[in-house]
Design a protein around this ligand. Structure first.
Ligand code: PLP
Length: 411
C-alpha cells in the first residue's frame, strides 16, 4: 500500500516531455492504428521522415560482409567512447577530401544519430551556473526544444525572412544576448526544404563575429545536417565550417543511408574554432554524462566501409516534383523544396491544426500542422513515401481542399 506521507517523486521536466507527445509521432501512431482498422491502402501517411528509398546497396553488403568476416566479439564489443579510431579516420578523411578541410580523428565524436550529437553539443556549450540560450529560426525541427531544454538551456526562436524562409539577420541580431551560446541552423531545412546560400551564411558569419565581440564570448553555429546530401536541381549544401570556423556540425546517416533506426551520426568540431580542444573534451564529457558513449559498434563499421557512398536522389526528386506540381495544380500554395524530403504548404484558411484534423478525419490524409515548428499557418507533408502513394493521394488532396473551403466558407 502507498504510504500517504511519501509523495511520489519524478522529474517534472521528464514527466512533461514523456506525456506531451510530438505532433509528428502522434499522427504517425494514429496512422498505424487506423491502418490496422481500415487497411493500410486507405491511409495516406505523410507525417514522418522515414526514408522511402532502400539504403544504397553498399550498406547491406557491408552489414553482411562484416557479420560474415569479422570476429564477433570485436564486432559487437564496446568501441572507444568517441567511436572506433578507424571509423573516425574514415569519416574525417571523407570530409577533408570533399570539403577541403583538415579535421583529425580528435575533432569527431560518433553518436547515436543527430539527436545525440545535438544534445551533447548543447550540453557542452552551456556554461554551468549561467543562463544559456540557443537561437534557431522558425520553422524548426520540434525536438530542438527537448534537446536544448534537456541541458537546462533555453531555445529562442526567431522568425525567418519571408517569403523565402531565409536567415533573418535582424531577428538574430535582436535575439542575441550575453547568454547566447549558439545559433542552430538546419540546411537543407526540415520542414521548408530551403538550402541557405553561401552569401546569406557569410552575412550571418559577419554578424556573429561582430556580436561575439560585443558580448565578449564566441557564438557558435550548431549546424544540424541530416539532409546535407539530399539536394535537387544540381544544388549543393554549403559546408558551413568553411564559412565560419566556430561551427559544430551535427550529422546523421539516418536519411542519406536510409537507416534512421540504426542510430548513427557524429558531432564535428572545427580544429580552429575558439577553444576547440575544450569543446571536444566537453562533448566527450557530455556524452558520458548522458550515457551516449560508444555508438552501435556494427553500424560504426558499416559507416567506415561506406563513408564515401552517396544516396540515390532520383526517386525523391521525382516525388518532390510530382507532389509540388500536383498540389499547386489544385490550388495549394507550396514552398518549392530545394532539399530534404518535406514540403511546406500554406494552410488553407490559416488554421493548420483545423485543416490537418479535417484532412485526417475525412480523407485519411495525415499531414503535420506547423504549430510545433513554431511557425503557425502551414502544413508539412513528408514526400518520402512511394510515388504511387503520392499519385493516388492527389484526388484526395483536391477534394479535401474544395470541401474544406466550402464548409469553412473560405474563398
Ligand atoms: N534534425 C532534424 C532536422 C531532423 O529532421 C531529424 C530527424 O528527422 C533529426 C535532427 C534527428 O535525426 P536522427 O534520426 O539522426 O537522430
Amino acid at each position: 500500500m502507498t504510504d500517504q506521507n511519501v509523495k511520489p517523486l519524478v522529474s517534472d521536466f521528464s514527466l512533461a516531455y514523456g506525456r506531451q507527445r510530438s505532433a509528428i509521432r502522434e499522427l504517425f501512431e494514429y496512422g498505424k492504428q487506423r491502418a490496422r482498422e481500415v487497411g493500410s491502402a486507405s491511409i495516406f501517411d505523410f507525417s514522418i521522415g522515414n526514408p522511402s528509398v532502400p539504403p544504397p546497396p553498399q550498406i547491406n553488403e557491408a552489414f553482411f560482409s562484416l557479420l560474415k568476416e569479422c570476429d564477433p566479439l570485436t564486432l559487437h564489443g564496446y568501441t572507444s567512447a568517441p567511436g572506433d579510431l578507424e571509423v573516425r579516420k574514415a569519416i574525417v578523411d571523407q570530409i577533408n577530401r570533399e570539403y577541403g578541410c583538415e579535421y583529425d580523428e580528435k575533432s569527431i565524436y560518433v553518436t547515436c544519430g543527430a539527436a545525440a550529437a545535438l544534445s551533447i553539443t548543447f550540453r557542452a556549450l552551456s556554461i554551468t551556473g549561467e543562463r544559456n540560450e540557443f537561437i534557431t529560426l522558425a520553422p524548426h525541427f520540434p525536438e530542438y526544444v527537448c534537446y536544448v531544454e534537456g541541458q537546462g538551456a533555453k531555445l529562442v526562436v526567431v522568425l525567418p525572412k519571408l517569403p523565402d524562409f531565409g536567415i533573418s539577420l535582424e531577428g538574430i541580431e535582436t535575439a542575441i544576448t550575453p547568454a547566447t551560446r549558439g545559433i542552430i541552423l538546419n540546411s537543407p531545412n526540415n520542414p521548408t526544404g530551403r538550402i541557405y546560400k553561401t552569401e546569406e551564411l557569410e552575412a550571418l558569419a559577419d554578424l556573429l563575429h561582430r556580436k561575439a565581440r560585443d558580448i565578449g564570448r564566441p557564438i557558435y553555429i550548431v549546424s544540424d545536417e541530416p539532409y546535407r546530401e539530399l539536394v535537387y536541381e544540381g544544388l549543393t549544401t554549403p559546408f558551413i565550417p568553411n564559412i565560419y570556423k566556430n561551427t559544430i556540425v551535427c550529422y546523421s546517416y539516418s536519411k542519406a543511408f536510409s537507416m534512421p533506426g540504426e542510430r548513427i551520426g557524429y558531432a564535428l568540431v572545427h580544429p580552429e574554432a575558439d577553444a576547440a580542444r575544450d569543446i571536444c573534451d566537453a562533448i566527450a564529457g557530455s556524452a558520458r554524462s548522458l550515457g551516449y558513449v560508444c555508438a552501435p559498434s556494427l553500424v560504426q563499421q558499416v559507416v567506415r566501409l561506406c563513408a564515401t557512398v552517396k544516396p540515390d536522389l532520383a526517386s525523391y526528386d521525382l516525388n518532390r516534383r510530382t507532389m509540388y506540381e500536383g498540389l499547386t495544380a489544385v490550388g495549394y500554395n507550396c514552398v518549392k523544396p530545394e532539399g530534404a524530403f518535406y514540403m511546406f504548404i500554406e494552410a488553407p484558411g490559416g488554421d493548420a491544426q483545423a485543416f490537418s484534423d479535417y484532412a485526417r478525419l475525412n480523407y485519411n490524409l495525415l499531414i503535420v500542422p506547423s504549430d510545433s515548428f513554431e511557425c503557425p499557418g502551414y502544413l508539412r507533408v513528408s514526400y518520402c513515401v512511394s510515388l504511387e502513394r503520392i499519385k493516388s493521394s492527389m484526388p484526395l488532396f483536391d477534394m479535401c481542399l474544395k470541401s474544406f473551403k466550402r464548409e469553412m466558407k473560405i474563398k
